[in-house]
Design a protein. Sequence first.
Lengths: 662, 257
Amino acid sequence: MRTSVLALLLAALLTGALSCGTTEDSARGEELQHTELVPITELERPSPDPRVGLAAGLFDAEEAIWNLNMLSTTPPPEDFIASFGTDLAFTGNYAIQGNYNGFIVWDISNPAEPELVVDYLCPASQSDVSVYGDLLFVSGEGLEGRLDCGTHGVSTSVSEERLRGIRIFDISDIRNPEYISNVQTCRGSHTHSVLVDPNDDENIYVYVSGSAPVRPEEELPGCTTAFPDEDPDSPLFRIEVIQVPLASPELAEIANSPRIFDDLEAPPTRDLTPEEREVVERAREQGRFVGEMMGQERVIPNGMASYFLRQIVEERGGSGAPTAADSTELRERLPELIDDMLSARGRASEALGPNQCHDITLYPEVGLAGGACEGYGLLLDITNPLEPKRIDAVADSNFAYWHSATFNNDGTTVIFTDEWGGGTQAKCRDTDPYEWGANAIYSIEDGKMVFQSYFKMDAPQTETENCVAHNGSLIPIPGRDIMVQSWYQGGINVFDFTDPANPVEIAFHDRGPISEDQLEVGGSWSIYWYNGVLVNSEIARGLDIFELLPSDFVTENEIAASKTVRMEYFNPQGQPMFHWPASFELVRAYLDQLERDREMEIRSINTIRNGIKEAENRRGTARQSLLMQLADDLVIRADQSPNKDKVKKIAAVLEELASGGS
Amino acid sequence: MLNFYFHFIIKKTLLFGFILLCSTGLIFVSCSGSAPVTDAETYQPERDLSSLEELYWSRLAEARLNFIQADVDFMTDMIVHHAQALIMSRLAPENDASPVVQTLAARIINAQEGEIATMQKWLRDRGQPVPLVHIEGVELMIRTEDSGDDEGHEQHHAHHSHGHHDMSHHEDMPGMLTQEQLEHLASVRGSEFDRVFLEYMIEHHEGAVIMVQELFDADGAANDSETFDLASDIHAEQVTEINRMQWMLDQMAADIE
């Protein structure tokens, strides 16, 4: 097919069609009008779902895979067998995999054959890892962690030998990591996030998140479980920020403990559930008063309504029973009366809100962080790294336990995960609600988070598979928001949330349970995109590496464009902004999207495609002028497209390619 | 599909340490349960995966010997504690709780049933008596699972126990409601149920948080990651729910004013 299109185009070129003002739609023909791509919401997904009913096994479980290719799966080194594999960080060609027993360094230069480089035995759960330059940071939270990395635990509840906090290693020679320092914290470090401040090249910052109980003061002075109003130094209700001087990282210490939760009133819940709405509607039909309180529509209790009515009667100097006119007035003035009443009471809530965060995702390029803090998702302004400020907070009427946050590349959408049951429980059974243990997707509008949808891996899993939403990262498909995510023994999946109200699954891999008889904790802890591959930390089974396969959900061109993004290092809790260099892959990817989303006539798209193919074959000024023509043509067409921005973006890439010479 | 290429790095000194520790009866996560594979040259992939699998199961079994009585008591007590939360939560639909409280109660049931199963498995894996929960209305019966050599022992919650573990003092556990309180909860409906439920459940959850804290304060407790994870997950979950419930209660107070 392509050959004939090319032939037609060449014919058109030879007749000078492309050399006049706009690219001619007269490069016509059946082929130019043939649309292949359709919106992903219209595509069929595998049915019945092959993830259901997979046979059990540790290294020989049955597998289901869709739109992915598994490049390799490598069991953990022997010292790490039966000890949880945890989070991942990346530097150069290396993947660093945390493990309850320490950490493992893999050389993934050849993703089909990862090479074990280091297995560093130094137990402490969870051993979540991050890198920056020559430094490796490892979280320690469990009670068994020892300062000397010993494997024999700590036998007393108060001990000088215990490490709960951050371990720092020098990895300038990654094959020989050197343990250089620790920073002890009150709750230990469940996870942490490394923040590189664009305005500070002498220090980096580590935000420590802890969710375990506070350790005894006898073990670490200053640790107390008193509330802040009793003891201003209380570690409750704060996160800890460690400052790491790059010139002497061994001097790293806690620099600040901002109380990002102070004065946090529980924010409004999201939209009412259908059942709640039904109650409200029924009440409305019955003539009850319905008003907005705390951002949610609620049935006004009869007692409160009578109180307001009395107030209205008094205001008009009347007495006795309220009239119909009074009721009408109440309906109109309800919001105002509720506001007055609430402000008269002072703060509506005496609850202190959350006192700890599980994970904080830092996105310094947009100056935002997403804090997954118990029942709250927080949006933090981190333009001053030492003074993160809360700008918004959401809670969820499904009582989510927020675990982690991921932003889309533009910082206009944020996904929070609900790690219901802590990750060790089976929460993807067909009896578990879709909204529980899922992702909640919010758009960010003027600094406020607005609920859009839930998304959950929806292939029912067995009783013996721990399964809930867990870690993931964006895949840099330009022009789309696509994420790869772990679901423990629910496997991994890839989904598109470009439209945050309608997320769509586009790829997956799943194994059967470790055991069909009883739940042994396993599955994917984390999966992240790193330089073209998807690297999966499997709790029990080691390291898997996948690549995305082209499909109607994501095209070869889109995948090729994603591979033009290169990272020197990557920490999942420190989200980098993706930038796509100008390339023909990028243009083709965008064109595929215009076709898929029906945002430009297929004839025009194919004409541009053919023009690009021609330009690639040209050199020098011939290429330059053709690219400029294509760009100009697109600028003209932009106005006819419902997605002007994307069309103009393509034009800009073409111009950049033109100015880049041959 | 499988990539069988990996190294067997056995650190001799560590291995020596494991043998020493294992032989003194102190069992730790890292103790090796099978002879190390040292000759990478001659190994057959299939066989090595199966030997790794053998190692996996034997390590799990060994790790499960790393516990003390305080861990056992915590699991045993928490099963009973959770069971009471089930009694309370199951009342929500029939007692006309508001939709929000019903959602909360449903989530508590789902979460705590799962955790009870996990704690039962924890005890079973360690050869300890396993309390089985039986609920009739607001009556809680705890029965010890048959371990093969003797009969199960049923215990009414307020009666004396003949089981392996004395579970007759449920009400002494932090946050446990009295039978009178449970009956009161069962007798109220609608918004009054909501209020009483939230108050009782906050108190009940706070008790669970104290139980986790007590576990962590015991020398040598929660040293195994399975125990630590379970206890700290319960801690995080209950603290989160306490906050949410406190907020719901405040809202109700605002409604009534």
